[in-house]
Design a protein around this ligand. Structure first.
Ligand SMILES: [Zn+2]
Length: 363
């Protein structure tokens, strides 16, 4: 008969987009919907509660120059936490951040290992840079290092061509994705342009990052096969500045980046309308700062996704997609509490009232 410290969350608990409860209890760090007997030292938190936000494209342990020391990675994770992001799909990092798994006070991370890119076809110091004949071996290696995902760089500027182009021949991606799936790992790829998408989807890829190059030709393919996209619109917003910087050396690339940027909202909206699963990802950790999940949700709404669906893309739906629980009975109590209903106006996500991670109020 031990007296236990508990947390009582009252108000509106959004267990699902349409499933609302009046309260939940946190006992031993886990969610319960039964008022605990013998509870003492009850702390009450009131407001609108949702599952901890998901940033499905984030990089911890990385900045614009490459790997960073652990204390910097810790600050990145804390910035995400403060913003209510409690589950991260790390979309590629050269750092070993496995130590974060032992820290109950830091967001949970689902890793995709280190990016795998074609030689000299990605940002310096980020990726393993390999040729097609070595792709399968590197995919197997990163599948073993990660947490169920591997990350390919599907396209990048080809400096001889002066434009974006696909990085891998069809046969190489077919073999690589087959190998990942044999190992029980899902595959995602960075793709800005149009020309890599069909091969990747037909080879069985599970997700595409950015996906700015989706067109009426490829959107039905994604929809039919249920291939998810993580648009990272807060990152796509930097395309015009990148285009300006590369204008003199690579005018074709520059014009291409501008076109992709100009139609970004239409692209996302068309994909969503066709039934392509869309999830929130910020691409924090390269050039972008951490803690931008709320801003990305707002961008998805600007693109035309209904607010409750944009919210789902960082809460219920994103967690289901990643195989992690939401506010289910017995699940780790990872939740964020807001002053108002975020389904009605997603801008409330920018200012969490309380952040609860593993049952502890951390913000
Ligand atoms: Zn990224």
């Amino acid at each position: 008969m031990s007296d236990r410290a508990v947390l009582h969350v009252r108000g509106r608990v959004l267990v699902g987009p349409d499933e609302v409860r009046d309260e939940l209890w946190v006992i031993d760090g886990r969610v319960s919907y039964d008022r605990p007997a013998g509870a003492c030292d009850v702390r009450t938190v009131e407001g609108w509660a949702v599952p901890g936000l998901v940033d499905a494209h984030c990089h911890v342990g990385l900045d614009q120059h490459g790997a960073v020391p652990d204390d910097v990675a810790e600050k990145q994770a804390l910035t995400d936490r403060e913003a209510g992001t409690l589950l991260i799909r790390d979309a590629g990092s050269p750092s070993d951040t496995r130590w974060i798994d032992d820290r109950e006070d830091l967001p949970k991370i689902i890793r995709a290992g280190r990016h795998i890119a074609r030689t000299r076809r990605y940002i310096r110091n980020y990726a393993w840079e390999v040729e097609p004949e070595d792709l399968v071996a590197y995919v197997a290696q990163e599948a073993r290092r990660g947490d169920g995902w591997v990350k390919l760089v599907g396209d990048w500027i080809d400096r001889d061509l002066g434009d974006l182009s696909a990085c891998w021949p069809r046969g190489a991606v077919e073999a690589a994705i087959a190998e990942a799936h044999r190992l029980g790992t899902r595959v995602t790829a960075h793709c800005f342009a149009e020309d890599s998408l069909r091969d990747l989807v037909e080879a069985g890829i599970d997700c595409v990052e950015h996906a700015t190059g989706l067109t009426d030709d490829t959107i039905p393919l994604f929809a039919e096969r249920g291939v998810a996209i993580v648009p990272t619109l807060v990152n796509i917003a930097t395309f015009p500045a990148l285009a300006d910087g590369g204008e003199s050396r690579f005018p074709r690339w520059s014009a291409h980046m501008r076109r992709l940027h100009e139609r970004r909202y239409d692209t996302v909206r068309s994909a969503y309308d066709a039934g392509v699963p869309v999830f929130v990802g910020t691409d924090a950790g390269g050039a972008l700062s951490h803690g931008l999940a709320a801003a990305e949700v707002a961008e998805l709404v600007t693109a035309g996704i209904p607010p409750v669906e944009a919210l789902a893309a960082t809460t219920w739906a994103a967690r289901a997609w990643l195989g992690r629980p939401g506010l289910d009975e017995g699940a780790p109590a990872d939740l964020v509490v807001y002053d108002q209903d975020p389904r009605a106006d997603v801008r409330v996500l920018a200012a969490p009232r309380r952040v609860v991670l593993n049952g502890r109020v951390v913000g």
